[in-house]
Design a protein around this ligand. Structure first.
Ligand code: ZN
Ligand code: ZN
Length: 588
């Protein structure tokens, strides 16, 4: 029975608007999503030269009968949706019936497909069907797209470097593997395996295949729910720093989506646990009634709008924060004895990412029974890590040994040796103290001793005037004063640090920069961090043993003793095992 419908013209145009096959990843995406639609449980993508020479996708799905196989390459053919209201409700993924026809028009395509009873072979060259015939029975589909753009050399020139093409494909395959842990995916380029998942349905195993053992052991399981949303997934310890956001992967009802606000919310949940301009690795699945979301489909990504966005952001924020509450977050020094294994995971360059994956893959290929067991134990450990149990104090008991360069306090306990950055530690203590004070400020205002007049550029002044309510709401009394200037008659007392003028300038600068996105909470936070830095012992300052002990005692009382307000570590740990390894005392 023919399963392919011809799509409603308007819908087709709507979706096809701007739709072009311009990168190898578009082809991979289309073919892989067709395979998923066909209920495949095993999908293999083979590339030569990052897909520019050929892309072959083989699946074990339901395949097509003879008629469908021919129809599949007609314009507007799709087996997937009939009504645009189904765009998100549908379980299936592909919806661009255009794409196969577009691909076939700029490449050489060979397809073998079969529903188990009868096989069909179709050969298309630059959009022209050159061969179609019945062949031996197979179950599934294999499509080879070679010499992409051979007949449109101008487009061929537009293709980025092979590394960029490959990086795009790898990123796409990673995401699709994460959204379908129950499908076995294999990605191979020039004979090298870049990704291999086992289709066991275990998301942590997919994370392991993508990011490797060292990252996987730094993942925390997260889960939470409110009335509308259920969220679950894994997120990295704050010590994992990446300069790119592409390790943050959001799924809605099992499908990868793109939403900048959610990415920001996830990153903000780590605020002061890590520098804000580095990103975690997070795989977050949001389950929601499809009625509550609005999907805007774009050829390369899926943007999505949520009703009750604020509640969703709060849920994500609370869930990640409480996951961070339970862990002892002292980074252990990575003792790496084999130089070749030392990859910079924070690196953004696709070259490095891919090299890393090569390495990880080699590790998987070489895996012995022992490695298998280690990985299985790790999965169990991560699954069983307690959630939402607060342990206080979060730092273990530490005994001061001495001070290095007037900067690092050396401590020990039965587990190993610790180094504490005295400035960062002191900064954290002061920050939490100041923040608590600023969090509940009085409504009192004060008139400055000397009138404060401030002058602005004409455009800043316009922005400021427009957003002046933000300041008056805080209790400021402000009047206009000449051209592009204001005079501050009164300001809140909580700004009355030694540096009221500087603080006010910072505040106004933030109001001008952020306008209606200005959040008083954010300003207080940055003010607390600044004041804390100024009040803390500097590096290269010798302090007594008693001072060190009291510093550590105060650090142990902090809500988050592990990082300074800027997200840099206050403490690092060398386990006894690491030390033995470094001195070759153990069996290394
Ligand atoms: Zn500082
Ligand atoms: Zn700092």
């Amino acid at each position: 029975m023919a399963k392919i419908h011809v799509m409603d013209e308007i819908l087709a145009n709507k979706i096809a608007a701007g739709e072009v096959v311009e990168k190898c990843v578009n082809v991979v995406k289309e073919l892989v999503e067709n395979s998923i639609d066909a209920d495949s449980t095993d999908i293999k993508v083979e590339l030569q030269e990052a897909g520019t020479k050929f892309i072959k996708v083989t699946d074990n799905g339901s395949g097509m009968d003879y008629d469908d196989a021919i129809m599949a390459f007609a314009r507007h053919a799709t087996s997937k949706i009939i009504d645009e209201n189904d765009l998100f409700n549908i379980r299936t993924l592909g919806f661009r019936g255009e794409a196969l026809a577009s691909i076939a028009s700029v490449s050489k395509v060979v397809m073998y497909t079969g529903d188990g009873e009868i096989g069909t072979k179709v050969v298309i060259n630059g959009g022209k069907i050159e061969e179609k015939k019945k062949c031996e029975a197979i179950k599934g589909t294999s499509i080879t797209v070679s010499d992409l753009f051979y007949n449109t050399p101008a487009r061929l020139k537009h293709m980025k470097s092979l590394y960029t093409e490959l990086a795009h494909i790898t990123e796409y395959m990673n995401k699709i593997a994460l959204s379908h842990p129950d499908i076995r995916f294999t990605l191979i380029n020039n004979g090298r395996v870049l990704l291999k998942t086992d289709g066991s349905g275990n998301m942590l195993k997919v994370i392991h295949s993508i990011f490797g053992y060292d990252i996987t052991k730094k993942m925390l399981k997260i889960s939470g729910e409110n009335l509308e949303y259920t969220i679950s997934g894994y997120t990295s310890l704050p010590e994992v720093h990446r300069s790119s956001k592409n390790g943050i992967i959001i799924l809605v009802n099992g499908r990868v989506v793109y939403n900048t606000q959610l990415v920001r919310t996830i990153n903000d949940s780590y605020h002061s646990y890590k520098p804000d301009n580095y990103y975690p690795i997070t795989v977050l699945n949001i389950t929601v009634d499809p009625q509550l979301i609005d999907v805007n489909i774009h050829p390369t990504k899926m943007d999505i709008k949520f009703s009750k966005m604020e509640e969703l952001c709060k849920l994500i924020n609370d869930t990640i924060k409480s996951a961070l509450q339970i862990e002892t977050l002292i980074p252990e020094v990575d003792v790496v004895l084999d130089e070749t294994v030392n990859y910079d995971i924070s690196s953004d360059s696709p070259k490095q990412e891919i090299r890393k994956e090569h390495y990880e893959q080699e590790k998987i290929d070489l895996s012995t029974q022992e490695v298998e067991e280690e990985v299985t134990d790790l999965f169990k450990e991560i699954e069983q890590r307690p959630q939402k149990i607060e342990i206080q104090p979060r730092l273990p008991q530490l005994y001061v040994v001495g001070l290095v360069h007037g900067t690092y306090i050396v401590c020990e306990n039965e587990e190993g040796m610790y180094l504490i950055d005295q400035h960062a530690a002191n900064e954290r203590i002061n920050y939490e103290k100041i923040l608590k004070k600023l969090a509940n400020p009085t409504k009192e205002t004060i008139a400055p001793l000397y009138p404060i007049t401030l002058e602005f550029s004409n455009n800043d002044y316009i922005v400021l005037k427009h957003n002046l309510y933000l300041l008056t709401d805080m209790g400021f009394k402000i009047e206009e004063f000449g051209v592009n200037s204001i005079i501050i008659k009164e300001h809140p007392t909580w700004l009355n640090d030694n540096n009221a003028l500087e603080n006010i300038k910072r505040l106004i600068e933030m109001v001008i920069n952020l306008e209606s996105n200005f959040k008083l909470e954010r300003f207080r936070d940055s003010l607390a961090a600044l004041m804390a830095c100024k009040r803390s012992i500097k590096a290269n300052t010798s302090i007594s043993k008693e001072e060190m002990e009291s510093l550590i005692a105060n650090l142990r009382l902090c809500d988050n003793p592990f990082t300074c307000p800027h997200g840099r570590p206050t403490i690092i740990k060398y386990t006894n095992y690491d030390l033995e390894k470094l001195f070759k005392r153990s069996g290394f």
